[in-house]
Structure formats: C-alpha cells, structure tokens
Design a protein around this ligand. Structure first.
Ligand code: UDP
Ligand code: MG
Length: 353
C-alpha cells in the first residue's frame, strides 16, 4: 500500500493562500469555471491495473490537505482496457476529468493535452504506474509555497534496472545539467509541481516534457528539487528502453540551441559565415596575386580548394542565419509570444484614486 504520512498543516495553508493561492481554500466554493488549488495531470498508457489505486491515493492526499483539486487523466491510446475503465470512473467521480486521445502520441503529448485542460493554480504531474507516490504531493506544494515556480522530484532511491535505466540516466542528468545550467539530480522524474502560468503557454515537442525544468529556466523560472519516494513497478512494464537515451540527447541539442540563440540566431551563423567568407576572399585574392603578378599556375594547389570551400560555406552560413532570423520572428510573432517574461507587475499607474 502507498503510505500517507505527510499532512499539510495550517502553517502551510497560510503560506499557500498568501503567496501562492489567493483566497482561503477552505471557504471557497468551487464552481466549474473557478480555478482550483491543484490540477493533477496524469498521462496514462496501458496501466489498467494501477488506475483504481492511483485515483484513490491522489484524491485522498489532496482531500486530507483540504485542497480543491481535479485529476486530469489523459489516456494516450491505451489498448488494455484502461480507456473504458477511465471513462467509467470519470462518470462516477466528480473530481476526475478523462481526456481520451485518439491514438498513442507519447507521454509528452499526453501531458500537454492535460495541461491544456487544467484549471488549477498549481499543476502536479505524475506517472500512472504508481512508481511516483502521491503522498509526496504535499511536500512539493510546501516547497512551491516557499516561492518557487517549479519543484521537481528527485528519485533518490530509484527502483529501476541498473544497466538500462540508472546508468544512462546518471549520464544524461549530468549532461543536461551542464548544458542547460539547471543543476538538478533527476530530470526524468515525472512527479513535479508547477505554477500553472509556467506551463500554460509552454510548447512541447518530441519528448521535451523531460526538459520542462530547463525550458522553464530559460523563461526565468525559480526551480527547486526535493527527494521523493519511488516504487518498483507493480503492474505492467515500462514503456521505454535504452533507445530513449539517444532521443534525449537529440532533444538536448535542441534545448541547447534554444537556450543560447533563440532570439539571436544571426549572432552565431552570421558571425561564423562572415569570418569564413572573408577568409575565402582573402585566400582567393592571394591566389589571384600569385597567378597574375607572379605568373605561377594555381590550378593544382590545395589552397584553391580551401578558398572555394571557405567562401561557399561562409555564404551558406550567412544566409542560414538570415533564414533563422526570419523563422525566429515568425515563431514569436505568430504566437504573439514576447521575447521576455514578466514575473509580476506591481502598482497601477495612471488610475484615478
Ligand atoms: N506513457 C504515456 N504514453 C506513452 C508512454 C508512457 O502516456 O507512450 C505514460 C505511462 O503510462 C506512465 C508514464 O507515461 O504513466 C511513464 O511511463 P513509464 O512508467 O513507462 O516510464 P518509466 O517510469 O519507466 O520511465
Ligand atoms: Mg514508470
């Protein structure tokens, strides 16, 4: 059984209602359109055995802490009967919203679908396989209330296979930390808490859900990490194998680029392109001098090839940079996405007393 030994005391409630959740959660009557304290977002693919226990434990933890909440369970095209069970449960329970995807899109897409439905001021994500323990949710919320935008779980005692999971994950975590500058131990842990405004307009592609902390960091979020429990899988099996490591590496490259050059691609491509072009021109001029002033043959000189390659590469990099600039502008402007993020605006200048 999953344990429930943590309780969100009054102390914490106060912190939540002042800094995180405006208004007193206990007094608030929650109408469908009103925001909730917490949305638990659960992506689910073939986890039929876990579902009943999962719903029960999430609901109990949140109820025990007097939080208004909803559970958004996203069925990612399951084939083992999870879909039917989920539908039935959603009709019986008032705290559950089932989002059924048409086919299997992958965990990232399932999470994004959940985010788009969420009404909570805080969004908690967790796996459906009971490997994450809902009993850790209060701890995440408490940390969030200290003033963070994102609190990530750290599976300190992770219950997965050594060779195929733990070692690749160690390496990946180290690399991701180095590249992104967000030094957390465990990127792969699904159990995380976010302030909702952080994820609401975050665009997720590939398997980028793993990089949400890094993406959030790029957007200026304050990030914390706390140890959480982790259980071995009780039912079914993991949906991933070793192949995931390589996809993670590719996603990492994307993130690296986004972090460094998203709003200024010309600074990279243009610069390298220009240097390469100038070197090519200089070499070419030198060869022209050798040919006409000194009267030597240059047709068989390696330097000639170098000049050509440098010049062409330069032109390509330069035009690539220009294209990237155009794309970047389209990226920001088509979504009315500013190049900055505001944390808070204080005061109302110009308003009459
Ligand atoms: N999942 C999903 N779609 C997929 C693969 C996985 O929604 O295509 C869900 C899965 O049901 C689980 C979570 O994502 O709730 C994490 O998957 P898994 O437990 O297999 O990953 P692991 O814990 O082994 O890293
Ligand atoms: Mg799992």
């Amino acid at each position: 059984m999953l344990r429930m030994e943590y309780y969100l005391g009054e102390e914490f409630k106060k912190a939540m209602s002042s800094s995180l959740l405006s208004g007193n959660a206990k007094e608030r009557v929650v109408l469908p359109s009103q925001p909730l304290d917490v949305s638990a977002v659960v992506p689910l693919y073939n986890e039929v055995e876990s579902l009943p226990v999962l719903m029960e434990t999430i609901a109990r933890t949140l109820q025990d802490n007097q939080l208004s909440y909803e559970i958004i369970c996203v069925d990612d095209g399951s084939k083992d009967g999870s879909t039917e069970l989920l539908k039935q449960m959603a009709q019986e329970r008032t705290d559950l919203k089932a989002v059924l995807l048409r086919r299997n899109y992958g965990q990232t897409a399932a999470m994004a679908a959940g985010f788009n439905q969420a009404r909570g001021r805080v969004i908690i994500t967790l796996d459906a396989d009971l490997q994450n323990d809902p009993a850790d949710i209060p701890n995440l919320l408490a940390k969030l209330a200290e003033g963070y935008d994102l609190v990530s779980g750290w599976r300190k005692q992770r219950q997965d296979a050594m060779m195929t999971r733990l070692i690749p994950s160690r390496i990946a975590n180290w690399l991701i930390g180095r590249v992104t500058g967000v030094q957390i131990h465990d990127y792969g842990c699904s159990l995380k808490a976010y302030r909702s405004e952080l994820v609401i307009d975050m665009n997720l592609y590939g398997e980028l859900h793993r990089f949400l902390p890094a993406l959030a960091f790029i957007e200026g979020a304050r990030i914390a990490e706390i140890p959480v429990r982790h259980h071995a899988r009780r039912f079914g099996q993991s949906k991933y194998g070793l192949g995931r490591t390589f996809r993670v590496l590719m996603d990492l490259l994307t993130i690296f680029f986004m972090k460094r050059f998203l709003t200024r691609p010309m600074h990279v491509f243009g610069w390298f392109g220009l240097i390469s072009m100038l070197l090519g021109i200089a070499t070419g001029l030198y060869l022209t001098f050798v040919k006409f002033a000194l009267g030597q043959s240059i047709g068989d000189r390696p330097l000639l090839f170098l000049a050509v390659v440098l010049f062409l590469t330069g032109v390509q990099l330069f035009s690539f940079g220009l294209l990237a600039e155009l794309l970047m502008r389209t990226y920001h402007e088509s979504q009315k996405r500013p190049i900055y993020r505001i944390r808070e605006i204080v005061g109302t200048s110009g308003s009459l007393p």
